[in-house]
Design a protein around this ligand. Structure first.
Ligand code: PLP
Length: 382
């Protein structure tokens, strides 16, 4: 039965739960998801989330306990990203964090309808930002390794540019832009440099690599880092961090009826549960726990790439993190054949159209092997 209006009479809890369980049964299982940057949350995150389910960080004076957990979470993330004094808040995800970072940049610059320069590989949240804030979103070319091309950024920046964006872990290829080179462009011109590390923020600190991409790069003003991606927290948990309180305070509005006089977040009511969940995973796993998670995902990545090469399929770039784009003939057809076999893969955009696979903590070697068998069959039948 599908209700088309609010039932007049109460439906028993048992009946409601029956409907819910049936619908939950229709949802697909993470085991076969290669397409998502989210994963099953860590069990400690679920426990913390449930404990703080009714809390609202939009009115923190009523919930000082969870507000303290949020503050501690921001300090820990700031420290991880090279700036223990960073300020910020737990947002609903990468999109909100990116919107807010650019809003703050616009307020600093006082150019209301200027432009932002983003890599061509930027997440589509920046197109939403252009629309919301009435900004021209200029897309810089990529080099052959799919990092942003610095000379292209230089050509696009002008005196109406209010922010430059670099990405640490691109959505499609997991590539890291040369953030230190971008900083050389922005520092002299006093332009806000925002780093979108929605995905890479919880990967790069735990890899044996020497990328310079976080607050350790002078000139980086704000960073997006999502606990509900590789941070293994519950949805919706995004992170937005600013190097200085001044930038974050530009987002504040007066609140007339709450326990606090001013509010910087985009949403009013917001989940305390997600902040508590993020805090719980971070202190439970610690650096060594995260290193293990990332090392597992990188091992899966190497396993997938080695197996793909054996069946004649090469990655577009050698993976930097646990994101792989595989070059195949007719990727659209291949993808739909794989979906028929229960494998959820996505695709990258032109001009590098390929199968896109994210090796998240829910994936296993066994499922990668099964996937590769199916991929080989699908390719043979083309
Ligand atoms: N930025 C990057 C680099 C992403 O990969 C994503 C999502 O995949 C986002 C931003 C948007 O994040 P959300 O879907 O949490 O809003």
């Amino acid at each position: 039965m599908r209700e088309k209006s609010l039932p007049e009479d109460s439906i028993t809890e048992e009946e409601v739960l029956k409907i819910l369980v049936e619908m939950k049964g229709r949802d697909l299982q993470y085991d076969r998801f290669f397409s998502t940057m989210c994963t099953r949350p860590h069990s400690i995150a679920v426990k913390a989330h449930n404990l703080f389910l009714e809390t609202n960080l939009g009115d923190p004076g009523l919930f000082p306990g969870v507000a303290e957990l949020e503050a501690r979470t921001i300090s820990i993330m700031g420290d991880l990203l090279g700036c223990p004094d960073a300020v910020g808040y737990i947002s609903t995800g990468g999109t909100e964090s990116n919107i807010q970072a650019i809003r703050a940049a616009r307020s600093t610059s006082r150019v209301r309808d200027g432009n932002i320069v983003v890599p061509a590989s930027a997440h589509f949240s920046f197109d939403k930002i252009g629309d919301l804030l009435n900004l021209d979103v200029r897309k810089a070319d990529l080099d052959e390794d799919l990092r942003v091309d610095i000379s292209s950024v230089e050509e696009l920046v002008d005196d109406r540019t209010l922010a430059v964006v670099g990405i640490a872990g691109t959505t499609e290829f997991g590539q890291v832009d040369p953030i230190d080179e971008l900083a050389k462009i922005t520092i002299d011109r006093e332009i806000h440099l925002h780093v979108d590390a929605a995905f890479g923020g919880f990967v790069l600190p735990f890899l044996d690599s020497d990328y310079k991409w976080d607050f350790r790069v002078a000139g980086v003003s704000s960073i997006t880092i999502d606990p509900h991606k590789m941070g293994m927290s519950t949805i919706p948990a995004g992170g937005l961090l600013f190097r200085t309180l001044k930038d974050m305070s530009l987002l504040e509005t007066d609140t007339h009826y709450l326990t606090v006089a001013r509010q910087a977040s985009l949403t009013g009511t917001r989940s305390g549960a997600a902040a508590a969940a993020t805090y719980a995973v971070m202190i439970h796993l610690g650096r060594s726990g995260f290193r293990k998670v990332i090392s597992y995902c990188m091992d899966l990545t190497r396993h997938l790439v080695a197996g793909a090469k054996q069946i004649g399929v090469k990655p577009v770039i050698e993976p930097v993190m646990n994101v792989v784009a595989l070059k195949v003939k007719s990727p659209t057809v291949v993808r739909s054949e794989l979906i028929k076999r229960g494998w959820h893969v996505s695709m990258t955009r032109e001009p590098n159209r390929a199968l896109r696979l994210i090796l998240m903590p829910h994936m296993t070697h066994e499922n990668i092997d099964l996937f590769l068998e199916d991929l080989e069959t699908v390719l043979k039948n083309l």
